[in-house]
Design a protein around this ligand. Structure first.
Ligand SMILES: *Cc1c(COP(=O)(O)O)cnc(C)c1O
Length: 363
């Protein structure tokens, strides 16, 4: 803190991302990255671009990528806004659609970046409790004062909300914007993109960080009515004309074009998720029905915090949230089959050790 800071810098309460440890032999299951590399066409496209125009600015609206994304979703380029990771797109969306003095709503258990943006931009918010089974209660999002935002599937629960409910929420918030953060949608059911032509207040945000293995390239995008996209572009152009660099633009295009590779990797992760779920249950865990590339699970007897710490000491990194209602859950990213096999070996050893020491109590 310093007297030289602006009010904005003073009130900021920054998001804390999962640890990025790069050690050898560490099984990293804590930030929902894709364990598989991106399509080989991504590196080819980036290499070609490197030989060309890095002296020139990129397209400020990443037009070639915009066209590719529009075609992929059967939309028009004016329905697409692209940003430097979906976190940036979300930040712009908070500025473009939410106002100080009007409370927005998001679930009490959800992506912890939303309260961070709200605080930074001085937007009041109400957190809506989830049902006992951690599902979203649709009607508690109706008639919000300032707008609505939540991920589908939700994070960190992994629970997917059917499209008819998304439509209901959009319908019952006619005067405000409803943002659906579809970071994990490719591992789940149908996207709400098909609803944007019906609901002009519905904005869908997707990322290439999870299902397309491009967390390191930083590409996210929003899909919606052309008027919503125009507002996002106005905000972006008031900050930085070139949020996406040339390498990211061509790499992302190559990834979207390689539909076959994409479908294969997603299918592999979904299959791993299914066997990992079964095995966790056999190991004494309750597992929420995940439609994402991670699993949210709690052990019937052992404290999640203790499991998290012991796993970490054994070279396995998972995510633990020290927050009410979820402080006995672990969020485990789905890795490769090999990584998950090692995970279960280490988990088995940790559980055996804790049970032998007579450590049962949850905190
Ligand atoms: C990972 C994630 C994001 C951010 O993705 P980036 O595109 O890498 O910035 C946004 N929302 C949710 C819910 C996420 O889990």
């Amino acid at each position: 803190m310093s007297k030289l800071w602006s009010k904005m810098a003073l009130r900021a309460d920054p998001y804390i991302p999962g640890e990025q440890i790069d050690g050898k032999g560490i099984i990293k299951l804590n930030t929902n990255e894709n364990p598989y590399p991106p399509s080989p066409h991504v590196a080819e496209a980036i290499t070609q671009e490197l030989d060309r125009k890095l002296n020139l600015y990129p397209s400020p609206t990443a037009d070639s990528l915009r066209e590719t994304i529009a075609v992929h979703h059967q939309l028009r380029p004016e329905n697409v806004f692209i940003g430097n990771g979906s976190d940036e797109v979300l930040a712009f969306a908070f500025m473009a659609f939410f106002d100080p003095g009007k409370a927005i709503r998001f679930p009490a258990i959800t992506y912890s970046f939303y309260p961070v943006y709200a605080r930074l931009f001085d937007i009041p918010y109400e957190t809506v409790p989830l049902a006992r089974d951690f599902s979203i209660t649709t009607c508690s999002f109706f008639q919000s004062d300032g707008g609505v935002i939540f991920p589908n599937p939700n994070a960190p629960t992994g629970i997917y909300l059917e499209l008819e409910h998304i439509a209901d929420i959009a319908k019952n918030n006619a005067g405000t914007v409803v943002i659906i953060d579809e970071a994990y949608i490719d591992f789940a059911g149908e996207s709400a993109v098909s609803l944007i032509n019906t609901y002009d207040n519905l904005l869908i945000v997707q990322t290439m960080s999870k299902s397309r293995s491009l967390a390191g390239l930083r590409i996210g995008y929003a899909l919606g009515n052309a008027k919503l996209i125009e507002a996002l572009t106005r905000i972006k152009n008031s900050f930085n004309s070139y949020t996406l660099d040339r390498l990211a633009i061509v790499g992302a295009e190559a990834a979207i074009r390689d539909q076959q590779y994409f479908a294969q990797q997603v299918e592999r992760i979904v299959q791993t998720r299914e066997w990992v779920t079964k095995r966790l249950k056999q190991n004494g865990f309750t597992v929420l029905p995940s439609q994402a590339n991670f699993i949210f699970a709690n052990h019937y007897k052992l404290s999640a915090k203790l499991l998290y710490e012991k796993l970490k000491r054994n070279g396995v990194l998972v995510r633990y949230f020290d927050k009410p209602e979820i402080d006995n859950y672990l969020r485990i990213t789905i890795g490769t089959d090999t990584a998950m096999t090692v995970f279960f070996e280490k988990l088995g050893a940790v559980i055996a050790e804790l049970v032998k020491d007579g450590v049962h109590a949850r905190v």
